[in-house]
Write a protein that binds this ligand. Structure first.
Ligand code: SF4
Length: 361
């Protein structure tokens, strides 16, 4: 069992942070709409005197969450459920919502309309596993929610068992914020389940270098030893990490620990989170800055989910310029110009036969 050690009332919070009366009243109003929970571990990372602390901004409710703007379900997830707990947007992969609870309710969450609000996704676990037996397209499943690590280890083990016994499912990912916000919540039994079904891809959601703690490093090591492959996702957040020094510090630290930065997400158009939105042009400029100095290993894909469920697209500044005959002009991230002789021959099918082979094995 997870030992509860969370802050979930304004009174508890006011023992750790300097809060004005107006802030306390604002938090009380926000928590009527969106849930609030901060693990003690994460709260200890906050600067109690600085309202602009990047850890605090991610965790403490703000009156800005009640301002107009955005849409409740920016990715139109309500329209793509094939069971109450399985979302299928793309043919080959889908999202299995295994828990509606999180260790911390991040203030920028794109599922803040549903997480922590008592959705009983867990009740349709068997229905989803049965559905996956019949779906002959899905080969990759992403466990999400909520946070899958909120599940009792036996329940997580049961889901992994069910997925691994399905011969069509080759890749299983677990998307979690636990290593960052509640590392003590990852128990030996969780690791045992992961070890039994390795390799399991673990995507840890992390947004700031201050979140790369000693405990985070320990959990990364334990997960790796259990056979997990570790990658990360980060949300670009105004006032939290919209700075090249912060992002490069984060990505370099992750790579040092053996975690590959995978995605940097542009904020979804989620209601209640719009105060965190950074302009796309600023995001592009950040990517250019990162590419100037960082190794390719440290660079995640900057991406955006198009509002309305249209899907995910990569965002990349273009480095290609004009073409003169076969000569293509390019600029490097620092803006220096060069050329490439683009005179390769046309691609064509060589009839090797690979496209006709069975690729499911
Ligand atoms: S842990 Fe994930 S699902 Fe839960 S509130 Fe944070 S971002 Fe949302």
């Amino acid at each position: 069992m997870i030992t509860p050690s969370f802050i979930s009332t304004v009174q508890e919070l006011s023992h750790r942070l300097l809060l004005q009366e107006s802030e306390k009243r604002a938090i009380e109003r926000v928590v009527q709409v969106y849930p609030f929970r901060i693990p003690e571990f994460y709260a200890a990372l906050m600067n109690p005197e600085n309202p602009a602390c990047p850890i605090r901004l991610q965790a403490v409710p703000s009156a800005q969450e009640l301002k107009a703007g955005g849409v409740p379900d920016p990715l139109d997830e309500a329209g793509i459920g094939v069971t109450p707990s399985f979302l299928k947007r793309y043919p080959g992969r889908g999202v299995f919502l295994v828990s509606s609870e999180c260790a911390m309710y991040c203030r920028f969450c794109n599922r803040k309309r549903v997480v922590g609000k008592g959705h009983a996704w867990e009740e349709s676990t068997e229905e989803t596993l049965r559905y996956l037996e019949k779906d002959d397209e899905i080969s990759e499943v992403i466990l999400s929610g909520g946070d899958p690590m909120m599940l009792a280890p036996a329940h997580l083990a049961h889901i992994l068992e069910g997925l691994r016994s399905n011969k069509r499912i080759h890749v299983v990912r677990i998307s979690t914020r636990f290593p960052v916000v509640f590392p003590e919540g990852i128990q030996d039994e969780h690791l045992k389940a992961i070890r039994k079904h390795a390799p399991i891809w673990v995507i840890t959601h992390i947004n700031h270098p201050k979140e790369v703690t000693g405990r985070f490093a320990d959990v990364v090591r334990m997960l790796r030893e259990a056979g997990a492959v570790l990658i990360s996702q980060t949300v670009l957040l105004r006032g939290v990490n919209d700075c090249p020094h912060i992002l490069s510090g984060l990505f370099e630290r992750l790579v040092r620990l053996g975690v590959k930065p995978y995605y940097l997400f542009q904020l979804d158009d989620a209601q209640g989170a719009q105060h965190f939105k950074v302009r796309l042009s600023a995001g592009m400029a950040l990517m250019r800055e990162l590419r100037k100095g960082l190794s390719g290993l440290c660079i995640p894909q900057y991406a955006l989910d198009i509002t309305g469920g249209v899907g995910k697209v990569p965002l990349e500044p273009t480095y290609m310029g004009k073409r003169k005959g076969n000569s293509l002009v390019l600029r490097n991230p620092a803006g220096e110009r060069g050329a490439y002789r683009d005179d390769g021959r046309k691609s064509r099918c060589h009839d090797c036969g690979f496209c006709r082979e069975d690729k499911t094995g």
